[in-house]
Design a protein around this ligand. Structure first.
Ligand code: UD1
Ligand code: UDP
Length: 362
């Protein structure tokens, strides 16, 4: 029987692996969960295991924070030790974080098959650590679960060695599965102090670690024509304080800062907001979910999710305050309906991925 080691390290990996873990459980397959604890605070990690009803990690590796190289190296070293002990036949990684590259590299060097969930995304922006991670991981993988045909084409163009399946993105499964629980359990909307609000997140290294870009983001949020609810990632808190921008944001009447919120809370915020301002990857996908369907202004100069743009949900607006506020203004004048289906599948990606894993010879 195939023994699958599900590796996670950060918030989006837990959310997107969640539906796969639940499907593995449902089909009684052999698996364990290895958490590098790249994200270790309750609000970036444990809350998602609770919200999604996931079993606790079998191994937690305490990798924590560090420079890009330190963090990747520490995860690589500790994952190798773990795989020696657990001897999985497949190591499953999701996305593009340092944990993902470390998991794929450790496994490949030990002759263990790597399955990459969300394979084939490309931003073509080599400033991004995520672009290094996803490119290298795709070339180390023998099972490539591409969310879309575009992602598959990217992989084919690069002549990756592994076998490719187009499966959709498991984040749509998560949105579809957990919205009802969110409606039952989340009280986040009672905490929002505006009748009408937009939703913001920002955490990308190339944005928040750059004082000029970060001051533009602060200007966008404080001047946005629809007041902004902003659950702030700890990396952004740290940099806002370092660049003396935190007070301007926290004292603005146009902005409500929150700590990072759990998944059930975030699902309701996405569903109820007027539009989204973000540099997140996953949120661009979730905005296309049939039960969310929101316009997303992508606060970046590129996206590895062109399908969300083509489907009319996302617009890449850069990080200049003038450009972003003009784009928001144009949208508010027309508020065109978002009619298209999600390009990221029908919420059955995890079923498909687990079926493929089940049929794999051990
Ligand atoms: C990481 C991923 C990014 C992903 C994001 C999801 C990489 C290169 N980046 O970025 O792709 O989109 O996670 O949110 O892997 N911190 C805490 N508590 C925590 C974790 C981090 O306070 O539990 C703070 C620390 O100051 C740390 C900083 O956040 O130095 C950055 O954390 P890190 O995991 O290195 O990168 P993210 O920006 O979270
Ligand atoms: N998210 C959340 N709470 C928050 C902000 C985001 O649950 O306060 C969820 C969001 O729904 C999405 C994921 O976290 O599924 C995105 O994580 P992030 O933006 O940190 O990473 P990325 O997708 O950019 O890698």
């Amino acid at each position: 029987m195939v023994m699958i080691s599900v590796v996670v390290g950060t918030r989006p990996e837990i959310i997107k692996m969640g539906p796969i873990v639940l499907e593995l459980q449902k089909r009684d397959m052999e698996f364990d969960i290895v958490h590098t604890a790249q994200h270790y605070d309750m609000e970036l990690s444990a809350v998602f295991f609770d919200d999604l009803g996931l079993p606790a990690p079998t191994h937690t590796l305490d990798v924590g924070s560090g420079s890009q190289a330190e963090q990747t190296a520490e995860a690589l070293r500790k994952l190798e030790g773990t795989f020696e002990e657990t001897a999985p036949s497949v190591v499953l990684v999701e996305g593009d974080t340092n944990t993902v590259l470390a998991g794929a590299l450790a496994a490949a060097k030990m002759g263990i098959d790597v399955g990459h969930v969300e394979a084939g995304l490309r931003s073509h922006d080599l400033r991004m650590p995520e672009e290094h991670n996803r490119r290298l991981t795709d070339h180390l993988s023998s099972l490539l679960f591409a969310p879309t045909e575009t992602a598959k084409e990217n992989l084919e163009r690069e002549n990756v060695w592994g076998r490719i399946w187009v499966t959709g993105n498991t984040v749509i499964d998560a949105c579809m599965t957990f919205m009802r629980t969110a409606e039952e359990k989340s009280e986040v909307l009672d905490r929002v102090r505006f009748d009408e609000f937009s939703l913001a997140t920002a955490h990308r290294k190339e944005n928040v670690d750059d004082p000029e870009v970060l001051s533009h983001l602060v200007e966008i949020f404080t001047e946005c024509p629809v007041p902004v609810v902003y659950p702030v990632h700890p990396r952004a808190v740290k940099m806002l304080k370092e660049f003396h921008l935190y007070e301007k944001l926290s004292e603005s009447k146009n902005v409500q800062l929150l700590p990072p919120v759990g998944y059930l809370d975030f699902l309701l915020l996405m569903r109820e907001c007027e539009f989204i301002l973000t540099d997140s990857g996953g949120i661009q996908e979730e905005a296309t979910s049939p039960n969310i369907r929101k316009k997303v202004f992508v606060l970046r100069i590129s996206t590895e999710r062109p399908e969300a743009v083509e489907a009319g949900y996302a617009e890449v607006v850069g990080t200049g305050s003038g450009d972003v506020l003009s784009a928001v203004g144009r949208y508010l004048e027309k508020r065109e309906a978002l009619a298209g289906p999600s390009p990221y599948g029908d919420g059955k990606s995890s079923e498909e991925i687990v079926s493929i894993l089940r049929e794999k010879p051990s």
